[in-house]
Design a protein around this ligand. Structure first.
Ligand SMILES: [Zn+2]
Length: 321
């Protein structure tokens, strides 16, 4: 019996009802659907065309999948960066006019970015990711905030090509650079830089639309996020288009502003947590009032900040242990 079946039966026994898993939340980066549940074919609606925007002659940005999917046209088929959720992958495919996808990059393991892996992997795409993302997708994992398990992806949906640090490849005439963003949003985040087009996909390491998320259970923390944002700035210049997992394309200046916010939060929160302060303490201390942005759920963010800092207390000189 699978773990999630056990859990459903347990809940049914406790409440006299058959319940379905709580949906959305951190690991799915989605508030409105069960993109991460495997299998989830019953929720797949008829595919529809997604909003698309041409970022260059050869690069198209699809949005609403439910996040962003970047598509590069090459002589050898399409290269995608992230594949959308399982429910929306057919819409991604339709929106790309069903062109062959030869290469797919995953920026991280979350189901909104990897849910289409099965569809494109089955059709022959080579799937690239950081090695830790491949490992995470290859075994069942637990989401503590939702008290549920998500099954490993089937073999055909798992990354076939992995890296640990940095790499470079060519796709048609485009030079692609990619590399690790250590502990920034999960433990296996990567950027993908279309160097010739000057378009830089950073996944959920930039978060202009949604509250920034630190998947502490998967290894992210605020220190990793702040450092990774500096790494991204070293790649970019004033003309670079920075593509987040959700939301509109960012300029370097917009990304810099989010980076500065995260560094401020890092300096404040690491000091407070190292002195034994909780997420509620930080909220009451007004930490979130010091930044030029209103979060949808500031307590949730600070809870994840505190959890991540605790998990890395030896990295920042915490005094509490
Ligand atoms: Zn994510």
């Amino acid at each position: 019996m699978k773990k999630n079946e056990r859990r459903t039966i347990l809940k049914a026994g406790l409440h006299g009802l058959v319940t379905v898993p709580v949906l959305g939340g951190l690991a799915s980066c989605s508030d409105d659907q069960q993109a991460g549940e495997q299998p989830a074919p019953q929720i797949i609606a008829a595919p529809t065309r997604l909003p698309s925007e041409a970022l260059s002659d050869s690069v198209t940005l699809l949005s609403g999948a439910p996040g962003n999917v970047l598509a590069l046209t090459t002589d050898d088929g399409l290269m995608l960066i992230d594949s959308g959720s399982a429910a929306l992958a057919p819409s991604v495919q339709l929106s790309l006019d069903a062109q062959h996808v030869s290469t797919l990059f995953n920026t991280h393991y979350h189901p909104d970015q990897t849910g289409g892996n099965a569809l494109f992997g089955e059709a022959g795409a080579a799937i690239h990711s950081h090695e830790i993302t491949r490992q995470w997708l290859s075994s069942d994992y637990y989401i503590p905030a939702e008290d549920r398990w998500v099954n490993a992806l089937p073999g055909v949906a798992r990354p076939t090509h992995t890296f640990r640090d940095k790499g470079e490849m060519t796709a048609g005439s485009e030079t692609i650079e990619y590399g690790y963003l250590l502990e920034a949003h999960t433990r296996g985040d990567a950027y993908v830089f279309l160097r010739d087009a000057n378009i830089l996909a950073v996944g959920d390491v930039a978060s202009p639309l949604r509250d920034p998320e630190l998947d502490w259970y998967a290894g992210a923390w605020l220190g990793g996020r702040a450092d990774a944002m500096d790494d991204i700035l070293e790649l970019a210049n004033a003309d670079t288009l920075i593509v987040p997992a959700y939301g509109e394309v960012m300029t370097m200046a917009e990304f810099q502003a989010e980076r500065d916010m995260m560094w401020h939060l890092w300096e404040r929160c690491s000091t407070l947590v190292s002195n034994g302060r909780s997420a509620q303490d930080m909220l009451e201390d007004g930490v979130m009032d010091e930044i030029d942005r209103e979060f949808d759920d500031p307590y949730r963010f600070l809870y994840d900040v505190a959890k991540g800092l605790w998990a890395h207390y030896t990295n920042f000189g915490g005094k509490t242990v």
